[in-house]
Structure formats: structure tokens, C-alpha cells
Design a protein around this ligand. Structure first.
Ligand code: ZN
Length: 292
């Protein structure tokens, strides 16, 4: 399922598949009509489109292992699992780590773009009847932005259903939660990393840019600013975005910058593409080129 897609010295970047989900296509494409979005992602009989929950494993030359995004995981009880279209059995992120010869205990740092359950649910152990979920990754520090942490602990009525309070409680109790600001990237991740914040999807969405050596441009782990290829087109937003007009402006700024530096995007939710280059087509629209 996974393969190394980039090298810098020996820095390895490995996309990992986690449990996938199916969500209402209309909600995923905001104000875009179905006649348009159904050309990009094929809806099922319930109007739901397939979405990956992909993580990025980075193995540093010195052996340090970083995980970006934790995906939806497998914590849902059976009824909720059905509602959110999580079909696979088991905790696929753990299976993907095992395929690399690793377990959750081998991860040193987990960088969370935000705490919506389809990005942080993978931190929890898989559902088992009568058991409370446990926090996995026993040796990792968990990085989240100040604003994303505050939002998760005091959500708005409109996005409350996107958070699982148990996750915040377990993270706080772990003693390994580290709230970060943009300027902390070098100190907490080391050289070759930088953070960007975006507030259009949710306050404090933390994106990480990873340097990839002279032949490859930088890679941006874009979180839900750009969840997959169709959302590269500037006007396309999600119904879940808090401030869609702000998001479009943030996306334009990020994509303009990445295009100028031959950058690429890591997509957490695209069903088919993990990494693609930022490009512009003949009409001047941003598009995903590749996959790499
Ligand atoms: Zn989200």
C-alpha cells in the first residue's frame, strides 16, 4: 500500500493509508452543484463520496519518526461507524505502520493539523465492546496549534459534532501534548520544517511544510485547507469550512507560493492521490499534477 516517495539524504516520506470514510458529497463540496462535483468523485446510492484518511510517516536520517495526521481510526461504535461510512474492519493505520515494521510505540512525534475526529480519531484504540478507548502512541509527543486546541475544547454549535471530547481529555492527561505556534517549527521539528496556520476550515489549522532536497520542491501537509485534488480549484470549498471566503484567500496565497517554488501537496482525504505537484492549467486554474 505504501512506498517511499521522496528522499533528502535519508529522510523518507511514506504515505500511510488509514481507515477510509464516506461522507455526503454535497457537504464535501459546499456550494458546488452535484452536476459538477459528481464528475470528480463518484457518489454512491446514498450520495456519499469515498474519502481516504491518509497519514504521512517521515523517518529522519537519525531515526526519529514523525507522523502527520492520525486519520479517523477505528474508535467508532458500530452504529456510528455505519453513519460515517467507515467500512473497513480493524485499525488500518496500525496495519500500515506494521507493514513498515513499526508500531504506534515507535512514533516520536504526532503532528495534528486539527482535532476533528477524522484527523485525530486514529490516536485512539479500536472499538471493543465495554472498553473505553485508550490513547495509542505511548512514546509520542502530540503537536497541535494553540488555536486548534482552544477550538476543540470550546467548539461552536456548528462544528461541535466534529470533535470527540475524550480525545482532548486523553491528550491533556498524557502530559505529552505540546501546543505550538508557527515560529516553533524549527525548535520542535528541526531543520527542514516550517509551519503555516490557516483559519478558514477551522481556527488554527496547522500545516507543515517539509523540505525535500534539491531535485524536489517542498511538500505541504495541507490538512483540510486542500483535502484532495478537486479542492485545488480555488472556489471549491467544503460545507464543513467555517469561513469559506477566508479559506479561498488562504488557499490562493499558499498555492501561489508553492507554485513559484515547485512545491507539492500531501492530500489526506483524496481517495487516489497521496502527493501531487501544484500546477496551473492553460486557463490559469490551480490543478494537481501527478501523482508523484
Ligand atoms: Zn476538518
Amino acid at each position: 500500500m505504501s512506498k517511499a516517495v521522496g528522499l533528502l539524504g535519508e529522510r523518507r516520506l511514506i504515505p500511510l493509508r488509514g481507515n477510509s470514510q464516506r461522507l455526503d458529497g454535497g457537504a464535501m463540496f459546499g456550494n458546488a452543484p452535484k452536476a459538477l462535483w459528481s464528475r470528480w468523485l463518484q457518489p454512491d446510492a446514498m450520495n456519499r463520496v469515498p474519502l481516504a484518511c491518509r497519514s504521512l510517516l517521515v523517518i529522519e536520517p537519525g531515526g526519529r519518526r514523525l507522523l502527520f495526521e492520525a486519520g479517523i481510526g477505528a474508535f467508532f461504535e458500530p452504529q456510528l461507524k455505519t453513519r460515517y461510512g467507515v467500512v473497513e474492519e480493524g485499525h488500518l493505520l496500525l496495519d500500515s505502520l506494521a507493514a513498515e515494521g513499526l508500531s504506534d510505540a515507535d512514533i516520536d512525534l504526532v503532528v495534528l493539523s486539527h482535532l476533528h475526529f477524522d484527523h485525530a480519531g486514529g490516536l485512539l484504540s479500536a472499538f471493543a465492546p465495554g472498553e473505553t478507548p485508550r490513547l495509542l502512541f505511548p512514546n509520542a509527543r502530540f503537536l497541535v496549534s494553540h488555536a486548534a486546541w482552544e477550538r476543540a475544547n470550546a467548539p461552536h454549535r456548528r462544528d461541535r459534532a466534529s470533535f470527540i471530547p475524550e480525545i482532548q481529555a486523553l491528550l491533556a492527561a498524557s502530559g505529552r501534548l505540546q501546543r505550538v505556534a508557527v515560529e516553533d517549527a524549527g525548535a520542535v521539528l528541526g531543520s527542514g520544517y516550517s509551519f503555516r496556520l490557516s483559519h478558514g476550515h477551522t481556527p488554527g489549522l496547522l500545516m507543515t511544510e517539509i523540505a525535500r532536497g534539491p531535485e524536489q520542491g517542498p511538500l505541504l501537509v495541507a490538512g483540510d485547507l486542500i483535502p484532495g485534488r478537486p479542492w485545488m480549484h480555488l472556489p471549491i470549498t467544503m460545507g464543513y469550512d467555517r469561513y469559506p471566503e477566508l479559506l479561498i484567500e488562504e488557499k490562493e496565497s499558499v498555492l501561489t507560493d508553492l507554485l513559484a517554488r515547485s512545491g507539492s501537496i500531501f492530500f489526506t482525504h483524496d481517495p487516489d492521490t497521496a502527493i501531487a505537484r501544484v500546477a496551473q492549467n492553460e486557463r490559469g486554474r490551480f490543478v494537481a499534477e501527478g501523482p508523484e
